[in-house]
Design a protein. Sequence first.
Length: 143
Amino acid sequence: MSISLNQYLRLKPRNVISISPDVNVIEALKLMAKENIGAVVVLQDDNLVGILSERDYARKVVLEGKTSSSTKVSEIMTTKVITVEESQKVDDCMNMMTENHIRHLPVISGGKVLGLISIGDVLKQVMQQQKDLIEQLEAYIKS
């Protein structure tokens, strides 16, 4: 049985790591390296305006010959951000990520970002659910 994102987010640290669209890409990369994350939400006045991922950097800076010190986050961020509501199930996230070829989903409620869920988070939760189910079945068979 899949848990909701609201339940899952209670298990994760609740701090949302974000950056402004006006900063240079190098600052976003430093933040992502410091936090050991592959994407960061882009907020302006607490509103989600984009997401910046390592993929955005590789495709829109490196491959286009730009420099990370002179390129603004707003120039390369993904602006058509696919989001999920906190009431949605983790399994829904896996389907959305697979269908849209994305690795990160901002979780929102009332227009505000509550967190960011990654494909690694989703896979870890699905694996835990499968492990729990196997243990339940084994206990049932033994009883």
